[in-house]
Design a binder for this molecule. Structure first.
Ligand SMILES: Nc1ncnc2c1ncn2[C@@H]1O[C@H](COP(=O)(O)OP(=O)(O)OP(=O)(O)O)[C@@H](O)[C@H]1O
Ligand code: SF4
Ligand SMILES: [Mg+2]
Length: 345
């Protein structure tokens, strides 16, 4: 990719709130990121941090009481937030496809696989002649490494891995530019997870699509991602190439997340991060990780840290990194005070 090439997707200052009787739950609160062409970008973070809400917003599938409050979601120069319902329906499936959380349970139990795939194709492409349709379905099953005979089977005759492959075939039938997969392997056993992930990556590469992947297994997703965004309490707190993130995590939350992973080499069991994420109902300003952060200091109580570069291509939202600082080195509390004298309270 050349630098001049525009990103496949650009999200600017996206806010998505769920309006409850007690006030807004700020599930996604002012996040910005880009996805490059052919790139596999992943979101990681604890349960409830806003990963699914982010991707559902990209697809404009947020349901009440949720609402996109503000922001831009630009795909190929078009802001999806500004599209009407019919325009957005065309973008879904044709341009962006979704493999949702628990996709394989959404297959219709009383329809053969062939008819379910055909439905997807006919709904979005219009009429297709029967022999062509049969050929297309055979090609799709082949692409997801399923034998042709699966077309005539019902979901209950398939294993979990096979069902998930059918969902991948359906989601990619219209050759989207962007594939979004929300925990595509979470309900499968470990060996099958890896095989299904490889199939998914194979399809993405064959289509030349970009991809957003949410994975519950950080080890597995790390093997396939190019870049990753770490979410915490509705905010994007770190973005970096995957290797860089694992080798040199900069945000204290990412550091805790990575050190909580089990390690075979160090014979270490995985453990959680002490403390709980904050409730997202009208959260206060300041860094939302402060009650769990071993480095929290004065500004963290009141000033929300912006996401900024700590190295070229490596962003973190933490007051330990700030103006007047050598890239990559945490600044001292004293130097933060000197550099930010006007903004402290
Ligand atoms: N319909 C709703 N009403 C109120 N709050 C909601 C609703 N749906 C989601 N939320 C809240 O929004 C926040 C983000 O939820 P989301 O499902 O996006 O998280 P997630 O990162 O995908 O979690 P998980 O890893 O468990 O899938 C959570 O705090 C959740 O409680
Ligand atoms: S901003 Fe403060 S509380 Fe938040 S992660 Fe950085 S040091 Fe910790
Ligand atoms: Mg989710």
């Amino acid at each position: 990719m050349t630098n001049a090439e525009p990103p496949a997707l650009q999200v600017d200052n996206l806010r998505v709130y769920y309006w409850t009787a007690r006030g807004p739950v700020k599930a996604v609160d002012d996040i910005s990121f880009t996805i490059n062409r052919n790139e596999r970008f992943g979101f990681i973070g604890e349960s409830g941090c806003g990963k699914t809400t982010t991707i559902m917003a990209i697809l404009r599938l947020i349901k009440r009481p949720g609402k996109i409050e503000s922001g831009r979601i630009v795909l190929n120069g078009r802001d999806l937030v500004a599209l009407d319902k019919e325009e957005m329906r065309q973008v879904r499936w044709n341009k962006i496809s979704l493999i949702p959380q628990g996709a394989m349970n959404s297959l219709n139990p009383i329809m053969r696989v062939r008819d379910q795939i055909a439905d997807t194709i006919l709904t979005h492409k219009g009429a297709v002649e029967a022999p062509l349709l049969r050929e297309e379905i055979r090609g799709l099953l082949d692409m997801v490494e399923l034998p042709a005979k699966v077309a005539d089977m019902y979901p209950h005759e398939l294993s979990g891995g096979m069902k998930q492959r059918v969902c991948i075939a359906m989601a990619t039938a219209l050759e989207p530019e962007l594939i979004i997969a929300d925990e595509p392997t979470s309900a499968l056993d470990v060996v099958v997870q890896k095989a299904v992930m490889q199939t998914l990556i194979g399809v993405q590469e064959r289509l030349g699509a970009s991809m957003i992947l949410i994975g519950h297994d950080m080890g597995l997703t790390a093997q396939v991602l190019d870049r990753v965004g770490v979410m915490y309490a509705g905010k994007l707190v770190e973005v970096a190439p995957i290797r860089e993130l694992y080798r040199r995590p900069q945000h204290p939350y990412t550091q805790a997340l990575i050190s909580s992973l089990p390690s075979v080499r160090e014979k270490k069991r995985g453990g959680g991060i002490p403390g709980l994420p904050p409730f997202l109902l009208n959260p206060p300003p300041g860094c939302l990780f402060r009650s769990r952060c071993p480095h929290a200091f004065e500004p963290c109580q009141t000033i929300t840290p912006p996401l900024q570069a700590v190295q070229p291509g490596h962003l973190a939202a933490c007051h330990l990194y700030g103006p007047g600082l050598q890239p990559g080195l945490p600044q001292s509390h004293e130097s933060w005070k000197q550099a930010n004298v006007d903004t402290t309270v």
